[in-house]
Design a protein around this ligand. Structure first.
Ligand code: SAM
Ligand code: SF4
Length: 539
């Protein structure tokens, strides 16, 4: 049987009536496309288009893995695919517009090949917006919320590892005035995917390792808690088992993932192994923690995975993203004690003004943030710090923006990811006036980036003359007009050091995936470059 080219009447995404706080209630029937059928002789070539954060990249690896396990092949690009899976980001309107803007192209592709099917998933598909999706995304055949992604192959009729029935009932929980589907099933389906080798890891010698799904914070500007629901931690032993498998497979770097990795474990059942753990949160509300594992225990266990000669099984461990609210002394101690944990922390600050932070619901003050920075730098000398900032949040005055610039000058971050505030429907901030004009948000953004560019350059210049360890990620062929590189006929290698700095140097492609010593000779605001230590004659 070939793929049907007569397009069947498409199912309408059924949105079950939300059931608050009772994940055991029976689920409403899930929307299916049942397009292909396991007996199909010709399975669709697929392409996964991933937007947004690391969690989306990790989720896409799992969806691609499930499609490959079902027998499908990966298409080289969107145009040559018969099944397109779009993993969306809705953190800012621009990210959503990027996908909406492609609907015309997708419709034309479908006219040319009526068998083409499009699945839309990720944070743009939520329990609270199902009614609007078909209008906004006219070329899409099937919508899946992030918690429904493990059902992808089953819903397409490809059989597949996870049926909706296998997942059990979908839970819903109130988030503010809205409801969000809970990720109750994801810890289980992740473990099953890892166990069956159904994760199509895509980053060479680096791997994502999700540890907690969803987010319990209610930052007033943010759509994530509505899209991904409240926090659901993966069982401690499942994570350590996945890390051990990654170590055995030779991965050099693992990044623990979650919207707020620092709160890992508070929702797990108490476990006698962690009986001595108590709540250590210094900012915001107290968090029930007694007897449950935390991220410090997790880092310790992963660092404890060793090679026969005693070296760490995984040389580099990172974790992202950290909320200042949950950054405990125990975590700082674990970063100091665990040799594999990299000397880098991404610690989003969002604003340098207390009143703006209060309106954002961030639950810390500038003073508390600076105190955290001081404690991190005292404990881990040379740690590199990066952050996120939003410019032009509701009611942000010029003076409040200046306070953010002042914070940047005080902390001297290694890198800042900044964006203009973008109002997201349904978030608490929609009740505040979005009163900073778009041109002003942009002006502040550009000014902030210019200030940071100078700081970034100075921070990077401090690396001149130092040797640093680089995990090589990629070999770029020399450009024709790049005389020096062409002369040596060697590719330009690109990787990152433990402090997460991009480093460029020349060397053979065979070094991709390995750790290499590089002597830093040049520094720019966003990257370093240098020479392989071996070649400099003093390896
Ligand atoms: N969980 C992380 C934290 O709390 O810092 C961040 C996750 S969020 C996916 C990544 C970044 O997007 C945030 O740190 C914030 O700077 C930015 N962001 C979120 N909502 C935004 C909005 N409505 N407008 C502009 N930027 C936004
Ligand atoms: Fe969004 Fe705040 Fe949660 Fe980060 S911590 S995902 S910014 S709500």
């Amino acid at each position: 049987m070939t793929i049907r080219s007569d397009r069947p009447a498409l199912p309408v995404l059924e949105t079950p009536a939300p059931v608050i706080d009772d994940p055991r209630s029976p689920a409403a029937p899930a929307a299916e496309l049942a397009e292909y059928g396991t007996e199909s002789a010709v399975l669709p070539r697929f392409h996964v288009w991933t937007l947004g954060c690391q969690m989306n990249q990790s989720d896409s690896e799992e969806m691609a893995g499930a499609l490959l396990a079902a027998g499908c092949e990966e298409a080289a690009d969107l145009e040559s695919a018969q099944l397109i899976v779009i993993n969306t980001c809705s953190i800012r309107e621009a990210a959503e517009q990027k996908v909406i803007g492609r609907m015309g192209v997708l419709r034309r592709l479908k006219e040319a090949d009526p068998s083409l099917r499009v699945v839309l998933t990720g944070c743009s598909v939520r329990a609270d917006n199902a009614g609007t999706l078909e209008r906004r995304y006219a070329a899409v055949d099937l919508f899946l919320r992030p918690d429904e992604e493990p059902e992808l192959t089953a819903r397409l009729g490809l059989g597949g590892p996870t049926t909706p029935e296998g997942l059990g009932a979908t839970g819903y929980q109130r988030v503010g005035r809205s409801v969000a589907a809970t990720a109750d099933g994801l810890p289980l389906t992740r473990a099953a995917a890892v166990e069956a080798g159904r994760v199509a890891r895509s980053r060479g010698s680096k791997a994502w390792l999700p540890i907690v799904y969803g987010c319990d914070k209610t930052c007033t500007y943010c759509i994530v808690p509505f899209a991904r629901g409240p926090e659901r931690s993966r069982p401690f032993d499942d994570i350590v088992a996945e890390a051990r498998a990654l170590a055995e497979a030779g991965y050099q770097e693992v990044t623990l993932l979650g919207q707020n990795v620092n709160s890992y474990g508070h929702d797990l059942p108490p476990d006698p192994r962690f009986a001595e753990l108590s709540s250590q949160r210094r900012l915001g509300r107290a968090q029930e923690r007694e007897g449950r594992p935390d991220i410090a225990a997790l880092l310790d266990a992963i660092d404890g995975i060793r090679q026969p000669d005693g070296r760490p099984g995984i040389p580099r461990v990172r974790f992202v993203t950290s909320h200042p609210w949950d950054l405990t002394d125990r975590l700082i101690e674990a970063m100091t004690a665990c040799g594999s944990v990299c000397e880098h922390l991404h610690l989003p600050v969002q604003s340098g003004d207390d009143e703006v932070l209060r309106r954002m619901g961030r639950q810390y003050t500038v003073e508390a943030y600076l105190d955290l920075v001081a404690r991190l730098r005292a404990a881990i000398p040379g740690i590199s710090l990066t952050t996120d900032v939003i410019t032009g949040f509701c009611g942000e005055t010029e003076a409040q923006f200046e306070s953010t610039l002042e914070l940047l000058r005080t902390v001297r971050f290694d890198q800042v990811f900044a964006a203009a505030y973008s109002e997201r429907p349904g978030t608490p901030a929609t009740r505040l006036a979005d009163d900073v004009p778009a041109t002003e948000k942009k002006r502040r953004l550009n000014e902030l980036l210019a200030v940071q560019e100078a700081i970034g350059l100075e921070r990077n210049e401090a690396w001149l003359g130092r040797r640093t360890e680089v995990l090589v990620e990629e070999a770029r062929q020399p450009r024709v007009h790049d005389h020096e590189a062409a002369e040596h006929r060697r590719p330009r290698l690109v990787g990152r050091n433990r402090e997460h700095k991009l480093v460029h140097f020349d060397g053979p492609e065979a070094l991709v995936g390995t750790l290499v010593g590089v002597d830093v000779e040049r520094a720019g605001p966003y990257a370093l470059s240098g020479r392989r230590a071996e070649e400099a004659g003093h390896a």
